[in-house]
Design a protein around this ligand. Structure first.
Ligand code: CP
Length: 332
C-alpha cells in the first residue's frame, strides 16, 4: 500500500478469477437452487448498491449482472467508463501532466463510498502483453477499492462466464448408466476463425474451470494459437480438430488471437469453422459459445440453430452465476 493510505475493507471476498471458487460442484449446485427460486434472498441485498463499471462493450454481462443484483434486492448503478468517465492513470508516482485526469487511488476509493460491491469489465489491449498479464485495471481496483471487486471480464479471465458454463454443463450432462447423468463427459474447447483479434479471457477461464472438473477435456486449435502455458498446464491439446471431436459430449467454441505472437491473427482458416459434418463426428454433442458469435464465420447457421445448440440457455445462466457470486460476497 502507498504511504499514508490505510484502507478499511468492508468485506473480504473478491471474485477476480476461477481460483476464488473454493468448491466448484457446491457453487454449481447452489446456483441451480437459486435458479429455481431466484427471488428467495431479496433481503440479502436490501439497501445495498452494486456499481458496474464498463471500460468495454457488453450485452450479456451488463444485463445479467444487473438482473442478478435485482434478484438479490440490490440496486445496480452502471457507468460506461470508457466513454464517459475521466481517463484514469494507473501508474504509481506519475507526473500527471498528460491526458489522464484522475488517478485510480482516488477514483477507486470514491466509487467505494457509493457502492457496496464494484464490478469491472476491462478487456486486454492485445498490444502490451506484460500490462495485460498484470490485469492492470482489475488489480488496481482490487488494491485501492474498499469494497469487494467482481471481474466482469478482465484482460486475462472471464470467471462469471466460466461459472455460467459450469452450470450449463451440469444441466446438460448426457445420460450415463441407469439413467443417471454421466459425470465424466468429453468436453472439447475448439478455436474457430474470426476476422478480428480477440482476447484470451474466455478460453483461459473456461480451461481453469475445466481443470476443476471430472471430465475428459481436450483443447483443439491450429498450430500457433497455443494459449498461455501457465493456464493450459497439463490440459490435453490436439491439433487435429476432427480427431478432437470424436466422441465429444460438448463442443465449446471460441476464437482467440495468438498468445505467442501477441494479439496477432495469424490465420483465419475457414476449415476450422464449426459445421454439421464436424458435429456428426461427436457423441451427439451439445454446442456451446459464450456469445456474441459471428454466424457462418465461427459456426454455421445449421449448427447454431440446431436443437443441440445450448447457447441461449448458456447466456441465461449468466444471471445465476453472477447471483451466486454476489450472494457469497454479501454473506448469504
Ligand atoms: N459472453 C459475454 O460476456 O457477453 P457480453 O460481451 O455481451 O457481455
Amino acid at each position: 500500500m502507498k504511504m499514508g493510505i490505510t484502507l478499511f475493507k468492508k468485506y473480504n471476498m473478491n471474485y477476480l478469477s476461477i481460483k476464488n471458487i473454493d468448491n466448484l460442484p457446491d457453487w454449481v449446485n447452489e446456483a441451480l437452487a437459486l435458479k429455481k427460486h431466484p427471488l428467495k434472498n431479496q433481503d440479502l441485498g436490501k439497501n445495498k448498491t452494486i456499481g458496474l463499471l464498463f471500460f468495454n462493450n457488453s450485452l450479456r454481462t451488463r444485463l445479467s449482472t444487473q438482473k442478478a443484483a435485482l434478484n438479490l434486492g440490490m440496486e445496480p448503478i452502471v457507468m460506461n467508463f470508457g466513454n464517459e468517465g475521466w481517463a484514469l492513470e494507473f501508474e504509481d508516482g506519475t507526473v500527471m501532466d498528460q491526458g489522464k485526469s484522475e488517478h485510480i487511488i482516488e477514483a477507486a476509493q470514491v466509487i467505494s463510498q457509493f457502492c457496496d460491491v464494484i464490478a469491472i469489465r476491462a478487456f486486454a489491449s492485445l498490444t502490451d502483453k506484460e500490462k495485460d498479464l498484470s490485469e492492470e485495471v482489475l488489480t488496481a481496483f482490487a488494491k485501492y477499492a474498499t469494497v469487494p471487486i467482481v471481474n466482469m471480464e478482465s484482460s486475462v479471465g472471464h470467471p462469471l462466464q466460466a461459472l455460467a458454463d459450469a452450470i450449463t454443463l451440469e444441466e446438460n450432462l448426457p445420460a450415463g448408466k441407469a439413467g443417471k447423468p454421466k459425470h465424466q463427459p468429453k468436453v472439447v474447447l475448439s478455436w474457430a476463425p474470426h476476422p478480428k483479434a480477440l482476447p484470451h479471457a474466455v478460453a483461459n477461464s473456461f480451461i481453469e474451470m475445466m481443470q476443476k472438473q471430472d471430465a475428459d477435456f481436450v483443447i483443439t486449435h491450429p498450430k500457433g494459437y497455443e494459449l498461455n502455458p501457465n493456464v493450459v498446464k497439463n490440459s490435453k491439446v490436439e491439433y487435429i480438430q476432427e480427431k478432437a471431436f470424436e466422441n465429444a459430449d460438448f463442443i465449446y467454441t471460441k476464437n482467440w488471437s495468438s498468445f505467442n505472437e501477441y494479439g496477432k491473427v495469424i490465420t483465419q482458416d475457414k476449415n476450422w469453422m464449426i459445421t454439421a459434418d464436424k458435429m456428426a463426428k461427436t457423441n451427439n454433442a451439445k454446442f456451446m459459445h459464450c456469445l456474441p458469435v459471428r454466424r457462418n464465420v465461427v459456426v454455421t447457421d445449421e449448427v447454431l440453430d440446431s436443437e443441440n445448440s445450448i447457447v441461449i440457455e448458456q447466456a441465461n445462466n449468466r444471471t445465476y452465476s453472477a447471483q451466486i457470486v454476489l450472494k457469497k460476497i454479501l454473506g448469504g
